[in-house]
Design a protein around this ligand. Structure first.
Ligand SMILES: [Zn+2]
Length: 227
């Protein structure tokens, strides 16, 4: 069975160019340790430089367009890339005009709990500056799609099936009223297990990882690399 899987994967690689899905977190001109963790932060000029250099190699498409290509396209020569942003830091609002100008769609994976503007995430000394519900609902543009990242920023593998389901249900309940909602779930820190995968599948939600993998065909979910 393993050999068949390997051969299948090799054939897929021959027939399809990979779709690379990238993730970033906070972007601003100056680093502020009260707002961000260093590993989650990019300087604005650096962010813009990375996007422009990727644009020379790839055509940027939206995450749901990539999903359809991975599911239904059996042959693909063109190289595509997708941009996603986790956690919903308000700093993403500052780079949207640049992304609009460059015609780069972006999927924001947010934790609905922090959209109230006051809730504090565990492990942060202060409340990072998160996008608010009002700001998120203003983003009714073809450029942006909105997906789930857990109700709070919890490790799904430390939750019981009941807790994880509750977290997903609350995400769906709140975010599905957004005009640009898509049923995609990016695992916090990319952590998942059989239980979380089964539950998302049952609900028809697409899993999104943080595994550093390229995507050739749709398997258990969509792999991502750090921008
Ligand atoms: Zn996250």
């Amino acid at each position: 069975m393993m050999y068949i899987g390997k051969i299948k994967h090799r054939i897929e690689k021959l027939c399809c160019s990979p779709i690379e899905v990238f993730v970033f977190h906070a972007v601003s001109d100056n680093f502020d340790e009260r707002e961000n963790k260093r590993v989650d932060w990019l300087q604005t000029a650096d962010f813009e430089g990375r996007i422009l250099s990727l644009k020379e190699q790839y055509r940027f498409i939206s995450l749901d367009e990539a999903y359809h290509k991975l599911r239904w396209q059996w042959f693909r020569m063109r190289r595509y890339a997708v941009l996603t942003c986790d956690d919903g830091y308000a700093s993403v609002l500052g780079v949207l005009p640049f992304l609009e100008r460059e015609r780069v769609p972006v999927t924001l994976f947010v934790n609905p709990k922090y959209l109230d503007g006051v809730s504090k995430r565990d492990g942060y000394a202060t409340t990072p500056h998160y996008i608010t519900r009002e700001q998120l609902w203003m983003l009714d543009t073809r450029l942006v799609t909105v997906g789930m990242h857990g109700y709070r920023h919890d490790d799904a593998t430390r939750q019981s099936a009941g807790e994880f389901e509750e977290s997903v249900n609350r995400c769906v309940e709140i975010l599905r009223t957004h005009p640009r909602y898509i049923p995609f779930f990016a695992y916090t820190w990319g952590r998942c297990n059989d239980m979380t995968q089964r539950l998302l599948k049952e609900k028809g939600i697409v899993a999104v990882f943080a595994d550093g993998e390229s995507n050739y065909r749709f398997r258990q979910g969509i792999g991502r690399k750090v921008l």
